[in-house]
Design a protein around this ligand. Structure first.
Ligand code: NOJ
Length: 538
């Protein structure tokens, strides 16, 4: 397998509006990120993924771009961006930008022109029809919005304010490629490509049998041709890293996006865990890992993550954020960093930040949640019940401001934060984590160092030794005679794990564990709640 820097990298995702506010306006900003770069660098990560900071009316927190060539005021300006890039590079790290090319804002001049008349030259830059089909969008009951002025409907896979670009139009594609080159020529190190599996639309937009199953939005014929063209015209000319957001995809289809000689993308985020596994389901999780490993290994590269700005914090959703918060956060970290693929850390995960439950819908900001709330309440459902049903998966669970210390607003801002701080910031914050030698933070640091020093953690083959075990997850990674064993007890109580025959005579050396006093007891391991161990075997 080809060795590349991005396979070996650890990526840290910065949702800048919630990271650090340098000017007291209640929003994090690029200057704030610059001020905290040493913190990120000290953790040992290699790459920063920056959520969209282009000019935007901010209906979907920057995923509705109205000018690809400007930085939105809340984030800063182009001079600050250039300084950020320089400072990231000065520290030996890389920066990838989140880029949204499936849709723009309805305030983008292209759309303003497109909607102005049926014969405007940009009419065909978006998707217009006389009649809608029955599709839903991610955020609304219909994927079509009627536009009075010209009496037609336009298509939007997300919010009404996010019209989809028409990728069939060559001029659109050329404009997008030009814009991508603009950013790459500045020296950025790659892209996280938003909603990239949605670029192609099916001929004729046939009605769906079940409109609630929105898989029809993704992976339609033509998407790979677009990506190959993008690769040919843009990506292949730079030494960069690309990761595509690819929902509703099987390993077979996923491979098409990332297979090394197909010339599309380097890696993908598939969402079989985050979109399709609402709460922890060990057997399913193991099956997902195995299938993706078998589907991709040696041919294309995977990513590992359990949360991001769209998905509830992992320790709340898949771990135990109460009694075993620290142990559980470390176990999940071990999992993400030792499974095959590039690991991602979402800001705050490294101190074990948790999800939130606000009492009122007014305290939430997430457009997906708020639209769904309005839709359900309009059907006559009890508002309290609706709120409760949406809380666990609200995207705001992971978007609350970064908790830097125990001062007001967790040290995130001197103003009023755009989204309330999680009330647990007095106990869970960076200052506390840096002062405690056994904190989640230092565990992450060790995991990242291990990856740097041990190619087996990146390039080692993977074997699950515990397929049907409900609590224990045990697997090996193996490379050039080096064999590691990872054992995790994903459970609130003790469990034992007996090593399989073939490993029973191997001697074990504990490389990292999340409990300090591990006693080595022969071939049966007594694992405590949420205990994680990484062994080198000989
Ligand atoms: C995926 C992004 O991660 C999400 O935050 C956004 O709302 C949609 N794509 C639409 O761009």
């Amino acid at each position: 397998m080809k060795r590349t820097w991005w396979k070996e990298a650890v990526v840290y995702q910065v949702y800048w509006r919630s990271f650090f506010d340098s000017n007291g306006d209640g929003y994090g900003d690029l200057e704030g990120l610059i001020q905290k770069l040493d913190y990120i660098h000290d953790l040992g990560v290699d790459v920063i993924w920056l959520n969209p900071c282009y000019e935007s009316p901010d209906k979907d927190n920057g995923y509705d771009i109205s000018d690809y060539y400007r930085i939105m005021d809340k984030a800063g300006d182009m001079e600050t961006f250039d300084r950020l890039l320089h400072e990231v590079h000065q520290r030996g790290m890389k920066l990838i930008m989140d880029l949204v090319v499936n849709h723009t804002s309805d305030q983008h001049p292209w759309f303003i022109e497109s909607r102005s008349s049926k014969d405007n030259p940009k009419r065909d830059w978006y998707i217009w029809r006389d009649k809608p089909n029955n599709w839903r969008s991610y955020f609304t009951p219909s994927a079509w919005e009627y536009d009075e002025k010209t009496g037609q409907y336009y298509f939007h896979s997300f919010a009404v304010e996010q019209p989809d670009l028409n990728w069939e139009n060559k001029e659109v594609r050329e404009e997008i490629y030009k814009m991508m080159r603009f950013w790459l020529d500045k020296g950025i190190d790659g892209f996280r490509l938003d909603a990239i599996a949605l670029l192609a639309k099916p001929d004729g937009f046939p009605d769906a049998e079940n409109p609630y199953d929105i898989r029809y939005l993704t992976n339609n014929p033509g998407v790979h041709e677009y990506l190959q063209e993008m690769h040919d015209k843009v990506l292949k000319h730079y030494d960069i890293f690309t990761v595509g957001e690819v929902a509703f995809v099987s390993p077979e289809e996923g491979l098409k996006y990332v297979e090394e000689d197909r010339n599309e993308l380097h890696t993908l985020f598939h969402f079989e865990v985050c979109d399709e596994m609402p709460t922890w389901d060990p057997i399913r999780f193991k099956q997902i890992q195995k299938r993706w490993y078998e589907g991709l290994w040696g041919k294309g590269w995977n990513s590992q993550f359990l949360n991001n700005h769209d998905h509830t914090r992992q320790v709340t959703r898949y771990g135990n954020d109460k009694q075993f918060r620290v142990e559980s956060a470390k176990l999940l970290a071990t999992l993400v960093h030792t499974l095959p693929g590039t690991p991602y850390i979402y800001q705050g995960e490294e101190i074990g930040m948790t999800g939130v439950k606000f009492d009122s819908i007014d305290d939430y900001n997430d457009i997906a949640m708020k639209n769904k709330y309005a839709e359900e309440v309009a059907k006559g459902r009890d508002p309290k019940e609706v709120l409760e049903s949406l809380q666990l998966l609200s995207r705001d669970n992971s978007r609350t401001p970064m908790q830097w210390d125990d001062s007001e607003h967790a040290g995130f801002t001197t103003g009023t934060p755009w989204l309330k701080v999680n009330p647990n910031y007095k106990e869970i914050n960076v200052k506390q984590a840096l002062a405690a030698p056994n904190s989640v933070y230092y565990y992450y640091k060790k995991l990242i160092q291990l990856r740097k020093q041990n190619p087996v953690m990146v390039y080692g083959t993977f074997r699950d030794l515990s397929e049907n075990e409900p609590y224990i997850y045990a697997y090996t990674r193996e490379l050039d005679g080096v064999r590691w064993l990872i054992v995790l007890n994903h459970c609130d109580s003790d469990n034992v794990y007996t090593l399989p025959e073939e490993l029973s005579s191997a001697s074990r050396r504990l490389l990292l564990g999340n409990y300090i006093d591990v006693k080595e007891e022969g071939t049966t391991l007594h694992m405590r709640p949420h205990e994680a161990r990484i062994y080198a075997l000989q």
